[in-house]
Design a protein around this ligand. Structure first.
Ligand code: SF4
Ligand code: SF4
Length: 467
């Protein structure tokens, strides 16, 4: 079994996976859920319920607002109490549907039994419809609507499906638990995605700090391959443990030895990457008619007396989850949504989870304290660590000098915000915080340029028609 990794940069932070032995528990349904209509990349969904409406779990409450958008379903049964702006995890207002919970009644047709269904439709249009209707989005962080990602543009062909089981972020273990406890469903989901893409090969990539997952997944893959030809062509690949192995471009480099160019997409080099949690969600939508109304998240922190991996209904307030996990410890100084490297600080504990929430990490004052900044000593450690081949010290300086065209020339837009530069800098400079601002400015310029080009093309077309 080969062990691969990406070719440039990367770091080895302590993995701190102190919740790895915690089996997935189902968190009790909260009294109220807050369901945002902006839980995915793309246009927000449009609410189709009004105050006073009775809803069931699994019922559509918002429809896609565009081509790149997704259905949103009620995660509970109850009464719609309000539809309007509410603060999300970052403190930004999002259109949100508030539902007071009454019982736990599901829409007809959802199979809640534990039985594992291995046979799936031959007709890809049936599968794609179920994925779209199920509101499935990428659960590895990007929350890109899955039905869009599974329909490559004309002229592009998928040669390899990569299922991302790396979970390279320290502290997070919910994907680890998925692969131990729900391996069959993940492999069936993988086979379904593979069929839709019409690709012969799928690789489930797992870092070698999870040997139990690797062994178990290999066994399940072999068992299903022996049961039906539909499961042929799926393999398990052990990856070196190195952060950010689970980054989309890094994983493609590691598995296929192909590099996605600046501004390019994985499909440009024949790859489609999906997370193990997304493969599970595809299984649930296609095989059990169950839309994406819950997700699994790690609730962890060295100051927490007990660690957890919870299955949580989407829209559950963070404060409720923390209360069920034993309450906020006295030593808690910061709550992060996600892991310590790429997660975001939670500014509002009353905010609710969304489809992409993968963890809640509680840090102490000591863990969040930053060492005092000194001066750049031009050691180059940030460049050595950058997995995108960027020069973080240069991007830092250009952002501070407000030199946006030069930032674009030096590919600030390619920054994946992994934090490797920040982690490596002996001068403790806030490289990521500053570079993120520069990246946003460049992205604004790129978007404005694309909009202007589109408008000019439309105007030229209209003038041709007029002639
Ligand atoms: S945060 Fe951006 S600049 Fe820093 S190492 Fe990661 S990709 Fe490179
Ligand atoms: S790692 Fe820090 S000190 Fe070294 S070159 Fe980069 S910014 Fe300067």
């Amino acid at each position: 079994m080969s062990k691969r990794t990406f070719s440039i940069g990367g770091i080895h932070p302590h993995d701190s996976k102190i919740s790895r032995e915690c089996a997935i528990e189902t968190l009790p349904v909260p009294p109220v859920v807050y369901v945002s209509v902006s839980q995915h990349i793309g246009a927000p969904a449009k609410p189709v319920v009004a105050v006073g409406d009775k809803v069931k779990a699994g019922q559509v409450v918002a429809e896609p607002g565009g081509f790149v958008s997704a259905f949103i379903h009620s995660p509970v049964s109850g009464t719609v109490k309000s539809v309007g702006p509410r603060k999300d995890l970052s403190g930004n207002n999002q259109n949100t549907i508030e539902i007071a919970v009454e019982g736990d009644e599901w829409v007809e047709g959802v199979d809640l039994s534990p039985e594992i269904v291995t046979g799936f439709p031959d007709d890809n249009s049936v599968i794609m419809d179920k994925i779209r209707q199920g509101g499935i989005v990428g659960l590895g962080g990007a929350t890109f609507p899955t039905q869009v990602k599974l329909a490559p543009p004309p002229g592009k062909k998928c040669e390899m499906l990569i299922i991302n089981g790396c979970e390279c972020e320290p502290y997070l273990t919910c994907n680890y638990r998925y692969m131990l406890e729900r391996a069959e469903q993940v492999v069936i989901g993988t086979a379904i995605i593979k069929q839709v893409l019409g690709v012969g090969k799928a690789t489930i990539a797992i870092e070698d700090n999870k040997p139990e997952d690797i062994a178990h997944m290999e066994k399940v893959v072999a068992g299903l391959a022996a049961s039906s030809a539909k499961y042929a062509g799926i393999s398990v690949m052990a990856m070196q443990t190195k952060y950010p192995e689970g980054g989309e471009k890094q994983l493609i480099d590691a598995v296929m030895h192909r590099q996605v160019r600046s501004g390019g997409l994985p499909i440009d080099v024949g790859a489609v990457v999906q997370n193990v949690a997304t493969a599970f969600a595809v299984y649930e939508a296609v095989q059990k008619n169950k839309p994406l109304v819950s997700n699994t998240m790690t609730v962890t922190g060295d100051c927490l007396p007990v660690q957890h991996n919870y299955e949580v209904r989407i829209g559950t307030p963070i404060s409720y989850i923390i209360e069920k996990a034993g309450g906020l410890p006295e030593a808690a100084a910061k709550v992060i949504s996600g892991g310590p490297m790429m997660g975001k600080a939670v500014s509002n504990l009353d905010a609710a989870t969304v489809k992409g929430t993968s963890g809640i990490l509680i840090l102490t004052e000591e863990q969040t304290r930053r060492a005092p900044e000194t001066h750049c000593i031009r050691c180059g450690k940030c460049s050595d660590a950058c997995p995108m081949g960027l020069e973080p010290f240069l991007l830092f300086r250009l952002t501070k000098a407000d030199m946006v065209p030069e930032l674009e020339d030096n590919a600030a837009q390619d920054c994946i915000e992994c934090g490797c530069c920040l982690y490596s800098c002996p001068a403790h400079l806030p490289l990521l915080d500053i570079i993120r601002t520069g990246k946003q400015q460049v992205m604004g310029v790129i978007r404005a340029r694309a909009a202007a080009a589109k408008a000019a093309a439309e105007a030229a077309k209209a003038s041709q028609v007029a002639k």
